[in-house]
Ligand binder design. Sequence first.
Ligand code: ADP
Length: 492
Amino acid sequence: VIARLKNSGLLRSQGLIAGKWVDSHDRKTIKVCNPATGEVIVDIPCMGQKETNDAISSAYEAFYSWSKLTATERSKYLRKWYDLLIAHKEDLGQLITLEQGKPLKESLGEVSYGAGFIEFSAEEAKRIYGDIIPATLPDRRLFVLKQPVGVVGAITPWNFPLAMITRKVGPALACGCTVVIKPSELTPLTALAAAELSLQAGIPPGVVNVVMGNAADIGDALLASTQVRKITFTGSTAVGKKLMAGAAGTVKRVSLELGGNAPCIVFDDADLDVAVKGALAAKFRNSGQTCVCANRVLVQEGIYEKFANAFSKAVQNLQVGDGFTEGVAQGPLINEAAVQKVESFIKDAISKVCLLSYSVELVIADLEGAKVLLGGKRHSLGMTFYEPTVIGDVKSEMLLSREEVFGPVAPLLLFKTEEEAIRLANDTNAGLAAYIFTNSIQRSWRVSEALEYGLVGINEGIISTEVAPFGGVKQSGLGREGSKYGMDEYLE
Ligand code: ADP
């Protein structure tokens, strides 16, 4: 695969600044590895403040002419970029599986989904309307013009190496902004390939820049610069808070897509097959490594046994392995730390005692331990493969309920009433995605409106699309991505 990708010209291993592929000034490098095999794919430059400042200057310079183009001209460039992303769908899909590990089928799905943001932005570029406000004096006219924010710093995670970039860069470019992208050092190659295709699409040098290496140094340089007018970030809540605080120094705009703790609520009146299929998709997509993955499966007492059995059976059928192997539904976790996190959460759940740190005082709760219904250990394939796992009798005090597990573990919690389900679901600082399964129309409206979440799927496990706004409430973030609402994030 690596040799084939090298031939395609899309396996890039340098940063992109002002339209030129460059190394770091001190020649330092980082290895990018295939998580399924441990094999080194390429070495990439370990960049820092200097390269970031160069990239900012390049984006600042390019902003002058890019923002002056007509909406139609920018739209055409984006359309061309979209066409190239789709024309190279197979190469990009392979690159995603190679560096991130997800099954090839999911990677190809990500290419369509990710490219969709560029297509949507190309179309929406032409619909950035202003406003005319009725005047307060007869000889005055009031106009509202929308203008691009300026240079945007885009910091992205490893779980969707293409889509997390395109859903920031698409609307930014459509609005007339230029960007400095910092992809995750774990998965920079898809970002570089997409950037190469942006050049092939004729997008002028400096409009799209990519730097990677020392995350904190790059982040600090982006935050410190008065030329960068906006930071858009997807990643952990902890880093998001640092960036938000850091943006205060220069009063930058921020958009944050942070961690979730998605409840997936299965009511007694749900269609069992629909609920199993939906919960499976919501939980096990990308081996549980998405911020909208179901983190807690809340099941009403009347359907609990039936659901637990049918769901465990469905999970048992998920084939684990290298994402390039036909039929595989679960790839490796991204790294060893991810596996250790999963292990520690499961250990916490099955031990009888939970340590709870409620603000100041430490409470020791003596709980009946949770039960492993399926999996619960590393997979015999070794590396970072983990068995798809179902844990029953999970309590709301356990780490599995309180924190984002980001792995292939489905904790089942039992509830009795609708009120209890809503209370449990909202009992978290996160508020990104939620899922409910019910055949009652009244309940679906009632519950989805009571849930403190940015997105609610009803009888549906896959809810992300470029045409709808995506984003969280509470500590899951600020701002929305995708749809016409996502454009506002890049406009003054
Ligand atoms: P995850 O747990 O998904 O890896 P992170 O928040 O650690 O979440 O990473 C998301 C992105 O943020 C990555 O590109 C990472 O390199 C970057 N990042 C991590 N720390 C910082 C920082 N201090 N400043 C800027 N970016 C950072």
